[in-house]
Design a protein around this ligand. Sequence first.
Ligand code: ZN
Length: 119
Amino acid sequence: MKLKPYTIDRGEVTEESGYQFWCRGCDTVHVLRTNAATITDAAGAHKLMHTHDGNFEQPTFSPSYQTEPDAGKRCQLFISEGKLKYQWNCEHELAGQEVDMDHMPTTQGERIALRPFSL
Ligand SMILES: [Zn+2]
């Protein structure tokens, strides 16, 4: 499985959903938000939303994925037809490279730490 669906539910409302994928450069999962009940976060900033072409083996998402500014290591990439196209501004060894998307490590699938949100 290259994409692992996630949802954040609050009561009867699905607050947010999307997909996790494995980033070899960062050695962790990243999150692509494809649906959200609200379009701004608690601080009022506009939430970035991604579109998915519906393909789970060779997925394409747009726009590019980029880590949050406060996430530590910078990572920016395009996901196109199952390839991760790392941009040169990545702060890891895969900067500028294109690699096949990995399957999610089964032991890592739950490791993601989603940020709490508030109204
Ligand atoms: Zn990354």
